[in-house]
Write a protein that binds this ligand. Structure first.
Ligand code: GDP
Ligand code: ZN
Length: 458
């Protein structure tokens, strides 16, 4: 495959430090050579070497920038084409200027994701790896980053490939039976087909189970802060975000809308939702807020129920405690700086002690304990296991579900003693659906769609 030469700034713009401009394509070295002088001629240097020199404008001969230029020749590069990376410090303006020089001397501005797309098209990475690169760019936490990295290294692809291999074996088995019904092979019973399909489903389920955790890591654990008006929900949100975005007041019911904030606690990304007080109300505006907070509550992965140490348990609180019985819940007893009027023994009947955190947001007490309680819940879910093969992509989840449905159809067909070549169709469908995850048998337009999600320069 022959591609023209593309260039883009591949470090985030606007941030200080060193900027990298990446050039890829058969003319990459020659293009950079036109605007760069160093001791040696770039076209003559060894691959994978770094060269110090100056960027200059060939029209005016004006020197612009000091630069470190790295040459990586095909196929040992990310795109499997000739790649040259120009590292320069200096501000955004001079980086733009270097890019403009490249564009005036033989390169074209890369589309978003085009470097990764080339790596895919040239066979360097498969599609699930390419999508993991998108996740890497977007990862909001250390842990999400590690998982995406693992996926780039291909652990999801490996499992999908092994699974597809099993299905190919099954199909071959079935094929032998169709072509040579009287052939002296091990008799292919329906029971055998069902067995193999069930094994495959178990593996698909395993991948799907990890999917929800993958999603949490990418998007943050949706955490609803609920409780009656004035217990300190907004104050808590502020303490956690250390910004003063939510309005804190003494008048009950001022937080009318749901406020969202992203925070990272011990490497765990949380998407915090501060909700209007959950309670029955006649005020129309407030009721809208209550509806929203009920919705937030339904969506939440984790619920922080805030109570007031200075008040006895309210009927609303008891109702919530009962309703949230089977959810991931942490109860925060706030305002411990004030007298205790809350019946802690009554509370203990609803919630185990490790899920209750005593706190005074005002005195900045109990925040560490809350962080620990959240971490504990998070790590109880098998996240600490070393297997980081998480499915972190909506498209993957859909395809896994489709493959599972096809396998179930195969089992049903086998149960009904459907002609064996019909069973074969279901198995083949599952095999194809799994193949789409790693980019076998994909239409060009879907490929374009996927790569258009990238930001520039990747
Ligand atoms: P929300 O309605 O649940 O969001 O409650 P707010 O965060 O708006 O807080 C209501 C009032 O309680 C404000 O006056 C806060 O300053 C006060 N407050 C919050 N946390 C504490 C605390 O730990 N101790 C005391 N004494 N007051 C607090
Ligand atoms: Zn509030």
């Amino acid at each position: 495959m022959i591609h023209d030469t593309i260039a883009a700034i591949s470090t985030p713009t606007g941030e200080g430090g060193i900027a990298i401009i990446r050039v890829s394509g058969s003319e990459a070295v020659r293009t950079v050579e036109r605007i760069f002088t160093a001791k040696e001629k770039l076209s003559e240097v060894q691959t994978h070497t770094v060269h110090y020199g100056y960027i200059y404008d060939p029209e005016t001969n004006e020197r612009l920038e000091e630069a470190l230029v790295t040459v990586m020749r095909a196929p040992r590069s990310f795109t499997m084409e000739d790649v040259v990376e120009i590292g320069c410090h200096g501000g955004f303006v001079s980086v733009r200027k270097v890019l403009e020089l490249l564009l005036g001397n033989g390169a074209r501005l890369a589309e978003p994701g085009e470097f990764t797309k080339r790596a895919f098209l040239n066979g360097r990475i498969d599609l699930s790896q390419a999508e993991a690169v998108i996740d890497l760019i977007r990862a909001k936490s250390d842990r999400a980053f590690k998982i995406a990295l693992k996926q780039v290294e291909g652990s999801l692809s490996k499992r999908i490939k092994a699974l597809r291999h099993q299905l190919v074996e099954l199909m071959a088995h079935i094929e032998v039976n169709i072509d040579y019904p009287e052939h002296d092979v091990e008799e292919l019973t329906n029971a055998y087909i069902k067995d193999r399909c069930r094994l495959a489903i178990a593996e698909v389920d395993d991948l799907l189970k990890a999917a929800s955790q993958g999603k949490m890591l990418r998007e943050g654990i949706v955490t609803a802060i609920v409780g009656r008006p004035n217990v300190g929900k907004s104050s808590l949100l502020n303490a956690l975000t250390q910004e003063n975005k939510a309005i804190v007041t003494d008048i009950p019911g001022t937080t009318r809308d749901v406020i969202e904030e992203f925070v990272t606690l011990n490497g765990i990304p949380l998407k915090l939702l501060d909700t209007a007080g959950i309670r029955e109300t006649s005020d129309v505006v407030e009721r809208i807020g209550v509806e929203r907070s009920k919705h937030a509550l339904a969506e939440a992965d984790l619920i922080l129920l805030v109570l007031n140490h200075n008040e006895s348990l309210h009927e609303d609180d008891l109702k919530l405690l009962e309703e949230l019985n089977d959810r991931q819940l942490i109860v925060i007893v706030n305002k411990t700086d004030l007298d205790r009027k809350l019946d802690t023994e009554q509370l203990a009947r609803f919630v185990p002690p490790e899920r209750i955190v005593m706190m005074s947001v005002q005195e900045e007490e109990g925040l560490r304990e809350l962080e620990q309680a959240i971490s504990m819940i998070f790590f109880e879910g098998k996240l600490e296991s070393n297997d980081l093969t998480y499915v972190s992509n909506v498209r993957h989840i859909q395809l896994l579900n489709k493959a599972k449905a096809s396998l179930n159809e195969a089992i049903q067909a086998a149960e009904l003693f459907t002609p064996i070549d019909m069973v074969q169709i279901d198995v083949r469908n599952a095999w194809e659906e799994l193949g789409e995850i790693i980019g076998d048998s994909m239409g060009e337009s879907l490929i374009d769609q996927i790569f258009s999600q990238f930001c520039l320069g990747k």
